[in-house]
Write a protein that binds this ligand. Structure first.
Ligand code: ZN
Length: 152
């Protein structure tokens, strides 16, 4: 997967251009295309807060990545002035991110479908210690590719 994203811009990386005010231009979204809709949802929510709330000055993502099979989103937010409202806005955003991060544990990072009930925990990628959220189909594909690599 990694070498493919280097030669050809992945679907998820295109989100950086869709929301130019939320990202620095060289920003790299470090997770699989399967989570594109989850990341897009976070972007839409953030954009809504920048556009609709006068107290929000700027929101920038600092990191979006996969960790232990879950999506992780880090961001910086600045306000025009510090009030009780700004604290509430900040907390709401964190709660939103928290929910999306938890949902990512149910969505295949590779193809974006909801995981089947058969495997209901984050699974280890074949041939590594890394935990990933994958559907059965993508797991079997990864397993086959790993076995083929071992034979060659
Ligand atoms: Zn899948």
């Amino acid at each position: 997967m990694k070498h493919i994203t280097k030669t050809q811009p992945s679907k998820i990386q295109g989100i950086v251009k869709e929301f130019p005010t939320l990202f620095d231009q060289a920003f790299s979204i470090d997770c699989g295309d399967g989570w594109a809709e989850l990341v897009r949802l976070v972007c839409k929510y953030f954009q809504m807060n920048v556009d609709g709330k006068q107290e929000v000055k700027e929101i920038k993502f600092s990191q979006i990545k996969e960790k232990f099979g879950f999506l992780r989103v880090y961001f910086n937010i600045s306000f025009h002035k510090d009030t009780k409202d700004t604290q509430n806005t900040y907390e709401r955003m964190h709660m939103f991110i928290f929910a999306i991060e938890n949902i990512s544990g149910l969505v295949c990072e590779t193809c974006g479908i909801m995981k089947t009930a058969k495997k209901n925990v984050q699974i280890r990628t074949p041939g590594s210690f890394w935990k990933k959220t994958m559907c059965d189909k993508c797991f079997e594909k990864a397993e086959k590719a790993y076995k083929k690599r071992m034979k060659d």
